[in-house]
Ligand binder design. Structure first.
Ligand code: AGP
Length: 612
């Protein structure tokens, strides 16, 4: 995710743009830049960019005078090309006549770049975005909007683009597909922005652009086009507070990020599973650098939620590839003299890419000659730079301390890695691959429907557990790995003590803690283990626990013993964690809200633990 702000009006553009970018920092903050149209005609566009947060850009701008009432700003969340001055937006054409900012991913940028270079264009960045101003330049014949409409016909991927041209200094043009873009309608001034917070201090009259639409704004107003034809659009009056607007209308970043998961999963899959006429294709160039032939075992190392994603990975990889997988908490791994060598693929998982223990474990692994692969969310982070290879979850910034969309997108990358290795090792047939791809590709929509339909039910369940100082999460197989993550969520944001237990292990001691009414979340999706899970439910029910069972739709009739049955959409057993974790995230969220906890910044915790 990145943040874009465009302004056309009668006030100085720069301060308005910078204020707007700051309100969009939750969308990305590794580099930023502005372009201001000079007041004197014929002068060059003023483009200032810098790596780092917007505050750093402000410091850089102190050395410049940039008068002007038209401009565009961008705050970046890198997806292609690490954070740097050269990779920051806005990007411009060869003549520095056209400048634009982009949010999204241009999947076919390499082929476009080749075509443009053949036509004489030169590139200065490592980004996918930079093909856009050169493409617009290629089609520009005096009408910027027309040129942008021609350019986007050649794009594959997601984009919100806002562009300006020195020759047409009083207009901004934009295009939107799969990345958000709104128009703010003011008095003698108009705005483009990635999200409402950027304009809410200036106007509450908003037009939401939709996929396939392009637009043009000047001081007088806005024209929106669909397939090149002007269309009428509704103006929405926004009544959010500025604070609420920063969270997309949600009361907390955590809830916003839980609901962002379907889109985050789509971004994680974009360019990696292609839907074509003849079905779905796995595009696994992200994993191409792994020397699979040399791998004899896999070690997964991480902390917290990322560690729990690694545990799911163990079940999936061992089941699909019959390859031994060790999973370690990084702070343990780095001091236990791990038995790894050049035949061990070490996978480090980290949302922030800065967790000290995980970084140390990565360095320890490299010292022992093991090939390393990082699964990260933050481009340019220490772990992403030091691992031999890195694949990105592309979940966008995760602001809440409690990790949600990072976890589910980490799972997605683990599935894709497994499919890749399965194909290389010949362990997954084309027919099996087709079935797996279909089920994986369906997950974002299934999760979206689950969140939309079941949130109220989960809120009711939360009310039933908040009076207990303790709760248990139990599961067998991959459900046990999910129960660990579910219990961590409840502990870290509601401060209710929760313990995750392998269902079959309860009777070896912990059953002594089961007393009347204590909440037990029983995750029972693994079909082969359902009967065993049922007997574990009976075991705790015999001690009068309050059991909330989570099962696939259709198997709820089996779990008659539970006090509440919560169903999730049907999918393959190994893919269940992507769906079972979401209700547990919401359960923890609503329990924390009901208990008056600081949901986004729980006590004692930091978003990234960069110390031992
Ligand atoms: C998750 O909700 C926690 N905030 C925490 O366990 C986190 O997952 C852990 O610190 C690892 O962080 P990383 O993924 O950035 O390395």
């Amino acid at each position: 995710m990145c943040g874009i702000v465009g302004y056309v009006g009668n006030r100085q553009a720069l301060p308005i743009i910078l204020q707007g970018l700051k309100s969009l920092e939750y969308r990305g903050y590794d580099s930023a830049g502005v372009v201001i149209v000079p007041e004197e005609s014929g002068e060059e566009l003023n483009i200032i960019r810098s790596q780092g947060k917007i505050a750093h850009l402000e410091n850089v701008l102190e050395d410049y005078s940039l008068p002007g009432t038209v401009g565009i700003g961008h705050t970046r969340w890198a997806t292609h090309g690490p954070p740097s001055d050269a990779n920051a937006h806005p990007h411009c054409d060869c003549q520095k006549k056209i400048a634009l900012a982009h949010n999204g991913i241009i999947e076919n940028y390499l082929e476009l770049q080749e075509w443009l270079i053949e036509k004489g264009h030169s590139f200065t960045s490592e980004t996918d975005t930079e093909v856009l101003p050169h493409l617009v330049e290629e089609f520009y014949q005096g009408d910027l909007g027309q040129a942008l409409q021609e350019a986007i016909k050649r794009l594959r991927g997601a984009y919100a683009i806002v562009a300006v041209c020195r020759d047409n200094p009083d207009i901004l043009v934009a295009a939107r597909k799969d990345s958000p873009l709104i128009i703010g309608i003011g008095e003698g001034e108009n705005f483009f922005a990635s999200d409402i917070p950027a304009v809410i201090e200036h106007t509450r009259q908003i037009i939401i652009m939709e996929d396939g639409e392009t637009a043009q704004i000047n001081r007088e107003g806005a024209i929106i086009y669909k397939d090149g034809q002007p269309i009428a659009k509704k103006i929405t009056k926004v009544d959010w507070t500025t604070e609420t607007a920063k969270k997309g209308g949600y009361p907390h970043f955590m809830l916003k990020e839980i609901h962002e998961q379907p889109d985050a999963l789509r971004h994680a899959l974009k360019g990696r599973i292609m839907a074509e006429e003849n079905g779905l294709t796995l595009i696994d160039h992200d994993f191409a650098g792994i020397n699979a032939a040399d791998i004899e075992k896999i070690a997964i190392v991480a902390c917290g939620t990322s560690y729990h994603a690694g545990l799911v990975g163990k079940y999936v990889i061992e089941k699909m590839l019959r390859l031994p997988v060790d999973v370690d908490i990084a702070s343990e791994y780095r001091y236990r003299d791990p038995i790894i060598d050049e035949k061990t693929l070490v996978i480090v998982i980290s949302q922030s890419g800065e967790t000290a223990d995980t970084l140390a474990a990565l360095r320890e692994s490299k010292k022992r000659g093991a090939p390393t692969l990082a699964i990260c969310n933050v481009l340019g982070s220490s772990i992403s730079r030091e691992a031999d290879q890195v694949v990105y979850t592309l979940a966008g910034p995760e602001i809440a301390v409690a990790s949600t969309k990072a976890y589910t997108t980490q799972l997605m990358l683990i599935y894709l890695l497994t499919l890749h290795l399965g194909r290389v090792f010949g362990k997954i047939s084309p027919e099996e691959l087709e079935v797996l791809l279909e089920h994986i590709y369906r997950l974002p929509d299934q999760l979206q429907n689950l969140l939309a339909e079941k949130e109220e039910d989960i809120k009711k369940l939360a009310a039933l557990i908040i009076d207990w100082g303790n709760a248990f999460f139990i599961g067998r197989g991959i459900d046990y790995a999910v129960s660990l993550e579910g219990s961590l969520k409840l502990k870290e944001i509601s401060y209710i003590h929760a313990e995750a237990y392998a269902s079959g292990e309860l009777k070896h001691g912990t059953l002594a803690l089961i007393e009347e009414g204590i909440p037990v979340l029983a995750i029972c999706t693994q079909r082969a283990l359902l009967e065993k899970s049922l007997s574990n439910i009976k075991e705790v029910k015999a001690r009068n626990a309050f059991v909330i069972a989570m099962v696939f739709e259709g198997s709820d009739s089996i779990i008659k013993e539970a006090d509440r049955v919560f169903t999730i959409p049907d999918t393959l057993d190994i893919l269940a964690p992507v769906l079972t974790i979401a209700p547990l995230q919401l359960l923890s969220y609503y329990a924390a809200v009901m208990l008056g906890c600081n949901v986004d910044q729980p006590r004692n915790l930091a978003k990234s633990v960069t110390v031992e």
